[in-house]
Design a protein around this ligand. Structure first.
Ligand SMILES: [Zn+2]
Length: 303
């Protein structure tokens, strides 16, 4: 078991090794790790490396409504295997689209939350290939990144950062993951390497339909459509493929509470309805996602 200081140092060393990928979020000049303690740009904007090894690259503090409890709930749900079929499929897609196993593959998880999606995907790919992977997870929530940097292994860098102004130089990433999270397409476009791929996951109409049915019996929130999201994606990237992934999960009581905490669906529901769900021994839950695979428009195939 690494001591906290060693853990910080090993993460800071990875950051130092790949410091060339970063630009200062204030002035866009190049960044350097100094004494494994600070990340400083050439114009002296300074960002401390936290004792957990992550770096907060927000120029100003930002408070999100996603708190520690929500990320703890998502990590528990993730560890229960809830997302496994989805993450397995994403890993397969990435392996099918690897251009070369010999060079370093750089993955950005944009809106990584507490980091378990990126960590699991990295682990799955490393288990099945000889790939050299670097994962970088960014999220605007400090609570999420704090948790990501503590509970995950593998070669990864975790940063608190603004999706609308990502602190990276152009054309860096072979894959940009954007899983159940808001997008910043102009930034994705700027950061994607030639031949790289954006993998965006969006919820589909049957996702959590059992919860939706209980919480929103009498309102139009029981159905929704993704048409606009897909159209917007397609306007920004060449949508090379859209894969629908559906599966069922039986949630035991101990996970039901975490699921309710994790999903914004429950935020507007009455306490009575919430208790009704929390009292169940088991709950069958439908997972229904679309995975959108996009490449840069300039790389549009002509056939
Ligand atoms: Zn600067």
């Amino acid at each position: 078991m690494l001591s906290k200081n060693n853990e910080k140092n090993s993460k800071a060393r990875i950051l130092s090794k790949y410091e060339d990928m970063f630009v200062c979020p204030v002035c866009s000049s190049f960044m350097k790790v100094v004494n494994l303690k600070s990340f400083i740009c050439s114009k002296h904007h300074c960002f401390d490396i936290a004792k957990q090894g992550y770096v907060n690259l927000l120029p100003h503090p930002f408070k999100t409504k996603y708190d520690k409890q929500l990320f703890e709930a998502r990590r528990m749900i993730s560890q229960s295997g809830f997302f496994d079929p989805l993450l397995a499929r994403i890993s397969e897609i990435m392996m099918e689209n690897l251009q070369s196993e010999s060079k370093l593959i750089k993955i950005l998880d944009a809106g990584c939350g507490e980091g378990s999606h990126l960590s699991q995907i990295q682990q799955r790919i490393m288990d099945q290939s000889q790939c050299n992977l670097l994962g970088i997870g960014i999220d605007i929530s400090k609570e999420g990144i704090h948790m990501a940097s503590r509970g995950t292994s593998g070669k990864a860098i975790w940063c608190v950062a603004d999706l609308a102004k990502c602190p990276f130089v152009d054309q860096q990433f072979n894959f940009i993951l954007n899983i159940l999270s808001p997008s910043s397409y102009s930034e994705f476009h700027r950061m994607l390497a030639d031949g790289g791929m954006v993998i965006k996951v969006i919820p589909e109409s049957k996702y959590l339909q059992e919860l939706r049915g209980i919480f929103y019996k009498q309102s139009d929130r029981t159905v929704y459509s993704n048409e606009n999201t897909i159209e917007l994606f397609n306007r920004n990237f060449d949508l090379v493929e859209l894969q629908r992934i559906q599966y069922g999960v039986t949630m035991e009581n101990k996970y039901i509470e975490q699921l309710v905490r994790m999903t914004p669906l429950s935020w507007g529901a009455s306490e009575e309805l919430k208790q009704q769900v929390l009292g169940k021994d088991k709950l069958e839950i439908t997972c229904d996602f679309s995975v959108l695979l996009g490449k840069k428009m300039s790389a549009r195939r002509t056939n």
